[in-house]
Design a protein around this ligand. Structure first.
Ligand code: SAM
Length: 290
């Protein structure tokens, strides 16, 4: 077996050996800390019956840890310069598969069928490239992949927004979208010093446990998310003002009556509404054809 990748010494050796140069545009910050890796891997609850999908393995710091506990690991890396390095490092490790590609463009359903048909559950575990965190997570959730959980290192502020409860300034459409599909939990915050090179932002590890069914029952998901988006469109405005922009000025009075009928004060702001309240509004709008 190869030596532990995630130490400053070994990481620098690998980079020097292959003449690798970091691309900021691909969000390349490699982990060099054992404790953080332990926290990430244990949060996923993997064992030999489970599969792990890693997005952006870099030179394999996390991949190596995943391979030690999961039955099978598939790592998707966009940077073609890293592919031969990963092949060298994981040569002879039968449970690691390296896929060259952009996770945003891959057919993940097909990849799951090919790679994870024999496992009892799959986790996504990754130190994500920060420039595409939200699109990657939304793709994983919206495609309804058969996932048990997602454990990812992301920018701290984004993690806080995902886990935010109604009432605070961090709560917004991202919180609702994530909590519709998952139960979020902050695992730990992470200092810059555990990466080479060090990122300019603070990081955190978040665990998203997939719900068996969405948090609220809505007949039309796209409509529900349109209501949510509209409610947060102008954060200083009231729910009434934001929703008027969605349904049209001529419906103003009907909108007030409808919200009052739902026992939702039109003067509230979107950031105070629970998922169930957004769901109530969406259901009521659909009934009157809005
Ligand atoms: N997992 C490694 C670690 O923790 O040391 C590297 C993490 S680094 C923050 C993010 C990795 O994602 C980089 O290796 C980068 O090349 C890769 N990456 C960036 N965009 C990607 C995409 N769209 N699809 C797949 N991988 C991507």
């Amino acid at each position: 077996k190869t030596a532990e990748v995630a130490t400053p010494k070994r990481t620098k050796e690998i980079i020097a050996k292959y003449g690798f140069s970091f691309k900021k545009s691909l969000g390349q910050n490699f982990l060099i800390d054992q404790n953080i890796l332990n926290n990430i891997v244990s949060a996923a609850g993997l064992d030999e019956t489970k599969g792990a999908l890693e997005i952006g393995p870099g030179i394999g710091a996390l991949t190596q840890r995943l391979a030690a506990v999961a039955g099978t690991v598939t790592a998707v890396e966009i940077d073609n310069r890293l592919i031969p390095i990963l092949h060298d490092i994981f040569e002879g490790e039968g449970n690691v598969g390296i896929v060259h590609g952009d996770v945003l463009k891959l057919d993940l359903k097909q990849l799951f069928e090919e790679r994870f048909s024999g496992v009892t559950g799959v986790s996504v575990v990754a130190n994500l490239p920060y420039y595409v965190t939200t699109p990657i997570l939304m793709k994983l959730l919206e495609e309804r992949l058969p996932l048990e959980n997602i454990v990812v290192m992301i920018q701290k502020e984004v993690a806080q927004r995902m886990a935010a409860k109604p009432g605070g300034k961090e709560y917004g459409s991202l919180s609702v979208a994530v909590q519709y599909y998952c139960e979020p939990k902050l695992v730990c915050t992470v200092p810059h010093t555990v990466f080479i090179p060090q990122p300019n932002v603070d990081s955190a590890v978040i665990k998203l446990a997939l719900r068996d069914k969405p948090a609220v029952d809505v007949p039309d998901e796209a409509h529900f998310f349109r209501v949510v988006q509209a409610s947060f469109a102008q954060r200083r405005k009231t729910l009434y003002n934001n929703l008027t922009a969605l349904v049209g000025k001529e419906q103003r009075e009907a909108l007030t009556t409808l919200l009052q009928g739902l026992e939702i004060d039109p003067a509230r702001r979107g950031e105070t509404l629970s998922l169930e309240e957004f769901a109530k509004i969406s259901r009521a709008f659909l009934e009157v054809g809005w």
